[in-house]
Every structure is written in C-alpha cells, then in structure tokens.
Design a protein around this ligand. Sequence first.
Ligand SMILES: [Zn+2]
Ligand SMILES: [Zn+2]
Length: 203
Amino acid sequence: MEDFLELAKENTDKDLETCGVLGAFLVLYLVHLRGFVIHLMPFFPPLCNQENGTFYVTTLIIPKQDSTSSSCQALNEEDVFAIQNERSLFPMGWIHTHPSQSCFMSSVDLHTHYSYQMMVPEAFAIVLAPTDSSRCATLMQQFCSLSYGIFQLTEPSGMSVLKECQETGFHPHKEPADGSPIYEHCSHVYTNSNLRFEIFDLR
Ligand SMILES: [Zn+2]
Ligand SMILES: [Zn+2]
C-alpha cells in the first residue's frame, strides 16, 4: 500500500485516481498425508481447488490507465494478463486511490470488483484515500493520516445485486432484500510485511 501510494503520488497531487492489479499465488496444503504438508500447486495445478490453501499477494501490476478524479480505467489489459499467466498468478483483486474522495466503494468500483470476485471468490479491493482522515488506520504509523479500506461484495446478497444490475456510470444500488450491506470490510485478509513482492509499472 505504501509503495503503491508513492507510485500514485504524481496523480494524487493532480487529483487523479491511480489503479493497480494484485496478483497472488496459491499454496495448497494437503495435510492428511501423515502430517506432511505438501505444496501441490507447482506440480499439479489442475488438481488444485481453492478450498484448502492460502493466497499470497506478491505482485502489483500498474497498467496503462486513463483516470479522472473519480474513476480509473485500465488500458491494454492483455499486458496484465500476460504477466499473471507467465507467473501462474490469480487475479486476487485491485487497489486504487481516491485522491479527494472519502474511503468507500463507488457504484463503478462495485461493478469493477464484481468481475474480480466472480473469477476468484476471495478477491478483495483496497481503496486508499489519502485526504480522508475520518478513519485513522493504525496498522502502520505512516498510514496515520491515510484512510484505507479492504473490501469485498457480500456473498450472496451483494453479488446478486451486482449480477442483476445493468446500469453503467455512477448510479444508486438498491439494498439487498435480506438487509445485509452490498459490500463489507474483509475479514480474511492479513498483512505480512515479510512477504517479498514485485511491482510492474506498465505506464
Ligand atoms: Zn473508487
Ligand atoms: Zn450497478
């Protein structure tokens, strides 16, 4: 998040959003083989499902992009797919800035995120709002003036609202019938500062 913010700074200063894609590899555990932990993924990818493993986000890809103060559109997405495919990475979600808005998921963000969560149910969206000081994240000291959120659509409520919505641009969404929110803070994402990661800035 810090590195991304640094790379986004030039845009942020001009009140333009910046977006990036998060790539993750999956480590799958088969623990029932006499207590041995077997990492299946490098050897038998077709046998892997996502039910008994951990995704490690290790790659940030910043695509060529068109942005405004409230939107960011990735261009040449095939370049992003190429990097993911070469490294067998899952499209684990995305990260973007809100240079002058608060920390939330806009309707356009929700539609963007729907595609990620359709592909990978664990996918998440990070929103960084450098000028929103309403929520002070205490995870790291340097984030103290920065509000950020790690979000996902609720399953099944939010996912089905988005599935049925045909609108484009900024628009209101109806609340799910069961009273749950459309999106929520993720509870399955943990930060690990020991994890090595790489950044591809394709701009
Ligand atoms: Zn947004
Ligand atoms: Zn919609």
